[in-house]
Design a binder for this molecule. Structure first.
Ligand SMILES: Cc1ncc(COP(=O)(O)O)c(C=O)c1O
Length: 407
């Protein structure tokens, strides 16, 4: 086998399909988000404004979080030094798990190194706990859920995105006595639409199924204490397993599930993705716990966040730009062609110092390639004006379609 040639072929395929990913090298500046420095490949630097981050509330630079991390590093050193089982469970991990269990009104929570791993490890382990388990998975679920369901060797059914009738049809066709679980998300991050949590919980009750809800794009951001959309809609008690991240609105790193004490105990004891890996550094756990605790009480930041999203959507719609608006904090502007999307993203970066990564297939369906903006409370009016002006210029310059403006 010519291994080098095989690698070249694999990479060439991506280039041919316009799917080769280029990472932009940025240096975020603490205290100065969303401003950053872009390090160009030629070594030169340019100041930019980041408009596509998932640090939705700017908690990655919040003094409360940074202080907790500094204190933990000074107190305990860098890494945890072990898996959770072998010397890697510290007071910081326990404190964070207690904070998360409280956030979601559950008996327990279990930390993972990321929400990707939490999804993958939990969903791939559940059939070992419930032999014969059938998992019903929304067609637009995140890759980490797809991977967990795919690897678990159990039965799976994919229901059309948010299609309750299809979900019902699939469940009704299966053995009524088979154990079942419905896996879905509260906020789908590419369109910013919401999962029908109450209706899915109703179906779960009707068919005796468990529910698994990914709240990765909602924790910290929705609900009176940041518990997510299920908290906002008073549905947390109806969801069996809630998955969340500490890396987006909480601004740090790590993922988790919150569930009954028994469920967490079983996953803790059976999931290789939990057992056989070093636990998060204590300082990361300390920073995340401080962030979760802070956001339980900071509704002002959540309100500002929603206001920013509404302002940006209103202004872009006012220019007739084709954006998707499901009332969430995510602002996707559809371009509909991978080459144009990349070009627009390059022009925004080079010409205006605005960084928004192009989103192409397979992350979104072909023909819906887009720029996905994530306005936050740390984007001020000047940054907003600059973005809106740049989009207006580029839409005209590239002669892209605009919607008819009412009136
Ligand atoms: C819906 C969803 N679930 C899980 C994850 C994984 O989260 P993490 O970055 O903590 O691994 C992501 C990441 O983007 C996501 O969008």
């Amino acid at each position: 086998m010519d291994y080098v040639a095989k690698l070249d072929q694999a990479i060439d395929r991506l280039h041919q399909e316009g799917r080769y990913r280029t990472f932009i090298d940025i240096e975020r500046r603490n205290g100065n988000f969303p401003h950053a420095i872009w390090r160009r490949p030629d070594g030169s630097e340019r100041p930019i404004t980041v408009w596509c981050g998932n640090d939705y509330l700017g908690m990655g630079q919040h003094p409360v979080v940074l202080r907790a991390m500094h204190e933990a590093i000074d107190a305990t050193g860098a890494g945890s030094g072990g898996t959770r089982n072998i010397s890697g469970t510290t007071v910081y991990h326990k404190r964070l798990e207690a904070e998360l269990a409280d956030l979601h009104g559950k008996e327990a929570a279990l930390l993972f190194t990321s929400a990707y791993i939490a999804n993958d490890a939990t969903l791939s382990t559940l059939p070992r706990l419930f032999p014969g388990l059938i998992i019903y998975s929304d067609a637009l679920n995140h890759a980490s859920m797809i991977e967990g369901v795919r690897r678990n060797g159990g039965a799976k059914r994919i229901f059309r995105h948010n299609d309750l009738e299809h979900l019902r049809e699939l469940m009704a066709a299966d053995d009524p006595d088979a154990p079942k679980l419905i896996a879905f998300e509260s906020v789908y991050s590419m369109d910013g639409d919401f999962g029908p949590i109450a209706a899915i919980c109703d179906l779960a009750d009707e068919f005796g199924a468990l529910t698994y809800l990914d709240e990765v794009h909602a924790v910290g951001v929705y609900g009176p204490r940041g518990g997510g959309v299920a908290e906002r809609d008073r549905l947390m008690h109806r969801v069996d397993i809630i998955n969340g991240t500490l890396a987006k609105a909480y601004g740090v790193m790590g993922g988790y599930i919150a569930a009954s004490a028994r469920m967490c105990d079983a996953i803790r004891s059976y999931a290789p993705g939990f057992i056989f890996t070093t636990s998060l550094p204590p300082a990361v756990a300390a920073g995340a716990a401080a962030s979760v605790a802070h956001l339980k009480g900071d509704n002002e930041l959540r309100t500002q966040h929603q206001t920013q999203a509404r302002i940006l959507k209103t202004r872009l719609k006012g220019l007739g730009l084709p954006l998707i608006d499901h009332g969430s904090h995510i602002v996707p502007v559809i371009v509909g062609d991978p080459v144009h999307t990349k070009k627009l993203s390059d022009m925004l970066l080079e010409g205006y110092g605005i960084y928004v990564q192009p989103i192409n297939f397979p992350t979104v369906p072909r023909g819906t390639e887009r720029l996905r903006f994530t306005p936050s409370p740390v984007h001020g009016p000047d940054e907003m004006d600059a973005l809106v002006r740049a989009m207006d210029d580029l839409w005209s310059h590239c002669a892209l379609n605009r919607a008819e403006l009412a009136g």
